[in-house]
Design a protein around this ligand. Structure first.
Ligand code: GDP
Ligand code: MN
Length: 382
């Protein structure tokens, strides 16, 4: 889960990184009130899950109430690369002497946390990595030991941070690593990490991704993320514990097991079809869960045909067939379904479906046949 800047900054502050206090607001009047309370100059910042807000006009300094109103008016509703700004963060503006860069992420090939640091901050780090790789320090951390202050001082020194801020930068790196570990983040990035004219080290921006697999350890994370811009179908699916990702096409997909669902997407695409979603009903899907999944798939109005691709292992095909029948009874779908049942109790499953004689349901024996059929039906129905 990606966090908005101000949410990331709250986690930073919790672990001792210096950030500016501020307020997240959703209307112009609230923005002006917040700016008046915080005291000028303030910075008005679009809260969207995309970088490069500054260049897109989503980060503006305001010296007085009039400017705060003007910037909040322009930024609320602003479209930044397809992300509509619904929240702005107002904080007291910082004076900047220098902009550095710092991040912690997981290096999967090294199987270790990776700390990155550069004195070339404020610009995209990919550009630094490409044009002056010697200015990007990469330091692998032994996860059993963690990032020590000594390590952090070495990183700051190797990165040629100014002598008088080596200690402050090192403290910031240790704090950032603590955020990464304690909050179960997969990415914690600060760009820019600023040095103020009075030599304070401060996080001016925050990019944090939390590892959803650790959500059970962090009930306090439940309210985070970009709720206002989340896809309502994905939110509903997540609440019901269904693994669902919305896609751009018109063929609803249900399978059991992530690998099977991914190959189903591929096979449908090979036949010229465009999947409308990824949905993994999981192992051992019972009738109730199948019905729930159908409801989620059909709540996407782009869906013109649905493909059920079930390989029964733990999941029993007769249970899936009964789930589909229950779903049809309640939901009365108007789009055709293609169903491929294979594996545990597949013969019974197909028999149940045949006896139920659901309108607009087609059985297929193989995945290829199913993909071809559903692609043709989606085209007919569009
Ligand atoms: P991004 O463009 O999405 O990465 O947004 P940032 O939060 O990194 O802000 C972009 C740039 O705006 C920064 O690199 C700064 O140069 C500038 N900026 C942001 N906040 C302040 C501030 O408090 N004071 C000053 N002087 N500049 C700021
Ligand atoms: Mn930034």
């Amino acid at each position: 889960m990606d966090l908005l800047e101000y949410q990331g900054k709250q986690l930073f502050g919790k672990h001792g990184l210096a950030v500016s206090d501020g307020k997240a607001v959703t209307t112009v009047d609230e923005a002006v009130a917040a700016a008046n309370e915080i005291g000028y100059p303030v910075v008005v910042k679009a809260q969207v899950l995309i970088g490069g807000r500054g260049k897109a006009g989503g980060v503006k300094l305001a010296a007085n109430e009039e400017e705060a109103r003007e910037h909040a008016t322009n930024i609320l509703g602003l479209d930044i690369k397809g992300h509509i700004t619904r929240t702005v963060w107002i904080e007291h503006a910082s004076d900047i002497d220098t902009e550095y860069y710092a991040s912690v992420l997981l290096d999967r090939s090294a199987k270790k946390p990776l700390v990155m640091f550069s004195i070339e901050g404020g610009i995209e780090i990919e550009t630094v990595a490409e044009e002056s790789p010697e200015k990007l320090i990469r330091f692998h951390v032994d996860p059993l030991v963690g990032l020590t202050k000594e390590d952090a001082v070495k990183i700051a020194t190797d990165g040629k941070a100014a002598d008088d801020v080596i200690d402050g930068v090192a403290d910031a790196l240790v704090a950032l690593y603590t955020v990464w570990i304690e909050e179960d983040a997969s990415l914690a990035e600060i760009n820019p990490l600023i040095i103020t004219p009075d030599r304070q080290v401060k996080a001016l921006d925050a990019k944090v991704t939390l590892d959803g697999n650790a959500a059970f350890r962090h009930p306090d994370h439940a309210d985070l993320g970009d709720k206002a811009n989340a896809d309502p179908i994905e939110v509903k699916a997540a609440e019901e514990g269904v693994v669902y990702v919305k896609l751009d096409g018109n063929i609803g997909i249900l399978g059991n097991g992530a690998g099977l669902v991914m190959s189903t997407l591929d096979v449908v695409a090979q036949h010229g079809g465009e999947p409308a979603n990824f949905l993994d009903a999981g192992g051992g899907s019972d009738a109730a869960k199948v019905k729930q999944a159908v409801e989620i798939i059909l709540s996407n109005e782009n869906v013109k045909a649905v493909l059920f691709n079930i390989f029964g292992g733990i999941t029993r095909c007769d249970e899936v067939a009964n789930g589909l029948i229950a779903a049809f009874g309640d939901l009365k779908p108007t789009v055709p379904f293609v169903v491929r049942l294979d594996g545990t109790n597949d013969v019974q499953g197909r028999e149940i479906l045949e006896n139920a004689a659901l309108p607009n349901v087609f059985a297929a024996k193989t995945m290829d046949e199913a993909a071809e059929k559903v692609t043709a039906l989606a085209k007919e129905n569009s």
